[in-house]
Every structure is written in structure tokens, then in C-alpha cells.
Design a protein around this ligand. Structure first.
Ligand SMILES: NC(=O)c1ccc[n+]([C@@H]2O[C@H](COP(=O)([O-])OP(=O)(O)OC[C@H]3O[C@@H](n4cnc5c(N)ncnc54)[C@H](OP(=O)(O)O)[C@@H]3O)[C@@H](O)[C@H]2O)c1
Length: 327
């Protein structure tokens, strides 16, 4: 199989995890890493056995050996970083949220089309075997007609106005950081968009949403009760309730297990699928597949789906009046 050669932009926490995932894969090589600081790039390259360390993102995208670049920078940087990759003919896997708003996403997608370059949002949850299993259980009618989703992704990160989670200049707040997961999960499981969205957020000192609640309503009697936070631990599970049973997915966004219960709350089936490495390998397998098949877009995570989610988040933010300084 053709070896796919990767580069990484950014040397933060998620870039490290993604590097580990790439290093665990066959026919895949992590060729280069770029940081704004050459020392950080060298440190990262030593830690993850990356051949080339670059002190600027501009240098990495000029590396002719590299096929595809993973972008692991704060939300506000995704647009410029992806633009740089596309204009230099590099395929892109860009962290979630794809960009800060839908206009920037549309811009990147159109640029990628013009340059005939592959691009995909790194919404890794969609590629996890457990997510695929849960969707199959729903399709097979194992819990009857789905009526209710209850999903939370809220963790407690100490307040620090400079941290990307709280800093408005880096598009901080719970919605873009973790709220994107429950929204994506429901739309993915339903295979369609909600008809109505009601939401509320609590802003902290830095005027970004430290916690929020979102209700998505579908015409045919389905309600989704979603919450997310970067300031308090609100839970990590997805519960999907149907007329004949329910599904429970612990840590749904990175799930390694899921449980199917009947309407009497008796466990009917458990599904366990430990990650091969740390879970990020599944999205990377998909990118490799697409590149080997000369695809410009994944049919498992089409760009339209990314735009749909970005549009929902724009709508929610506009109702809250949350506009980031660079918008
Ligand atoms: N898929 C997941 O499970 C997951 C988990 C966590 C985060 N994420 C996403 O991944 C992205 C990065 O998150 P992270 O937690 O890894 O962040 P992080 O630890 O703060 O790392 C971000 C990296 O981006 C680079 N960077 C470029 N411009 C920057 C700027 N203006 N300010 C700060 N850093 C800048 C830095 O690398 P250099 O200094 O080396 O250039 C930094 O190390 C975000 O989009 C986030 O939503 C995804």
C-alpha cells in the first residue's frame, strides 16, 4: 500500500496525541513537525521520532515529501494554517471546530476545491468503531423509534484568561471547544438537522461561554438535551432513548464501549472496542484511504456535514451575542 507521509502544525497537547496515533500506523510516516519556535519543534521531533523539525509553519508546507498536514492549533488559527497548506498543495486534516465560523469554513472549502486539495475536519468521534456500532444499533431498530438524546461534555479546567479555553482572542468557550461534539453526535445519529434549537449560556469573566445548554427539537417527536462546559464537570456520556430501549455510551466522543438496554432497563448487549492506539488513528486511517483513492473529500465525513455543524454553532452564538474579537 502507498505510504502516506504526514506533517503536523503545532506542538500542543492534541498534536502529541495525534503523533502517537500516526506512529502506531502501518504504511504511514510522520515526516515533519512545525512550531513557531524551532526548539519546541526539535523537542517534539525527538519525543515522537519525527525526521524533520521546522521552526515555521511556512517551511513545513514547502516540504515536498509531505502529502498531508494535520492542524492542531487553536481555533482562530485554523483558517490561516489550512489556507497555507492548501495554497502549497498539501492535503489537510484540521482540528475541530473546523474554523471559528461558517464563513471561514466556506472560504477554506472553496479554496480547497479550487486547488484540488483534500480537506477534512478532524471530528474523530465519527470514525470510532463504537460510534459506528451505535449508529448501526439505531438503524437496526434495536431501541425502536429514537425519541430522546441526553448528552453532556463538560470538564473542569482551572480559570486562566490566557488559556485558549477562556481567551476570546483564541475563540474560547465551551461551545466551540466541546459543545461541537454533542451537536455533531445527534445530527450524525439522526442523519438530519434539527427543526428548532433553543439554548442558553453562562458567560464568565472573559465573556465566553463557560457552560451552555442546548435543546435541539426534531419535527417527529425527537428532543436532544445537550450541555457542555470548560469550567465544571457536567458529565461525559451520551444516552439515546428509544421507545423500546436505550443506548448508553460512556465518554461518547472517545468511546471504547457502548451498552444496549431493553425497555425494562435490562442490559441486552455490550460492545467493547478498545482503541488500537488512542482513538485518533481512525480518522487518520480515513484520510489515508481518501488520499490513496485520490478523493478530495471524505464520503464518511463530507464537507457539507462540517458546514451544517458550523452553521448551527453560528446560529447559537448569534442568539447569545457571542462575537469573537477577530470576527
Ligand atoms: N480531537 C480532540 O480530541 C481534541 C482534543 C483537544 C483539543 N482539540 C483541538 O485541537 C486544537 C488545539 O488544541 P490543544 O488543546 O492541543 O491546544 P494547545 O495545547 O494550546 O496547543 C496548540 C498549539 O498551537 C500552536 N499555536 C499556534 N498559534 C497559537 C497561538 N496563537 N496561541 C497558542 N498556540 C498557538 C502552538 O504550537 P507551536 O507553539 O508549536 O507553534 C500550540 O502548542 C483546538 O482546535 C482544539 O479544539 C481536539
Amino acid at each position: 500500500m502507498r505510504e502516506i507521509k504526514w506533517g503536523i502544525i503545532g506542538t500542543g497537547s492534541i498534536a502529541s496525541k495525534f503523533a502517537r496515533a500516526l506512529n502506531s500506523m502501518k504504511d504511514t510516516k510522520l515526516v515533519g513537525v512545525a512550531s513557531r519556535n524551532i526548539n519546541k519543534a526539535k523537542e517534539f521531533s525527538e519525543k515522537f521520532q519525527v525526521e524533520k523539525a521546522y521552526g515555521s509553519y511556512e517551511d513545513l508546507v514547502k516540504d515536498e515529501e509531505i502529502d498531508v498536514i494535520y492542524i492542531g492549533t487553536p481555533h482562530t488559527e485554523h483558517k490561516a494554517n489550512a489556507e497555507l497548506c492548501i495554497k502549497n498543495g498539501k492535503a489537510v486534516l484540521c482540528e475541530k471546530p473546523f474554523t471559528v465560523n461558517v464563513a471561514d469554513s466556506e472560504y477554506l472549502i472553496s479554496l480547497a476545491k479550487d486547488h484540488k486539495v483534500f480537506i477534512m475536519e478532524a471530528m474523530w468521534t465519527k470514525f470510532l468503531p463504537v460510534t459506528i456500532k451505535v449508529k448501526q444499533w439505531i438503524k437496526d431498530g434495536r431501541i425502536g423509534k429514537v425519541r430522546h438524546f441526553r448528552i453532556s461534555f463538560g470538564y473542569s479546567s482551572p480559570f486562566d484568561p490566557n488559556n485558549r479555553l477562556y481567551n476570546p482572542d483564541l475563540a474560547g468557550g465551551a461551545l466551540l471547544d466541546v459543545g461541537v461534539y454533542p451537536i455533531t453526535y445527534v445530527v450524525h445519529m439522526m442523519d438530519c438537522l434539527p427543526d428548532k434549537i433553543i439554548s442558553s449560556a453562562e458567560f464568565g469573566q472573559t465573556q465566553v461561554d463557560e457552560q451552555n445548554i442546548i435543546i435541539m427539537k426534531y419535527k417527529d417527536g425527537v428532543l436532544a438535551d445537550l450541555s457542555s462546559s470548560v469550567a465544571i464537570e457536567t458529565g461525559y456520556d451520551a444516552v439515546i432513548i428509544g421507545e423500546e430501549g436505550k443506548l448508553v455510551v460512556p465518554k461518547f466522543w472517545s468511546a471504547e464501549e457502548a451498552y444496549l438496554y431493553d425497555s425494562k432497563n435490562q442490559l441486552v448487549e455490550a460492545y467493547n472496542e478498545p482503541h488500537h492506539e488512542n482513538g485518533y488513528e481512525y480518522e487518520a486511517y480515513e484520510v489515508n484511504r481518501c488520499l490513496r483513492e485520490n478523493m478530495l473529500e471524505s464520503d464518511k465525513l463530507p464537507l457539507k456535514d462540517t458546514l451544517d455543524i458550523m452553521r448551527i454553532m453560528d446560529q447559537i452564538r448569534s442568539e447569545w451575542g457571542l462575537v469573537y474579537p477577530q470576527e
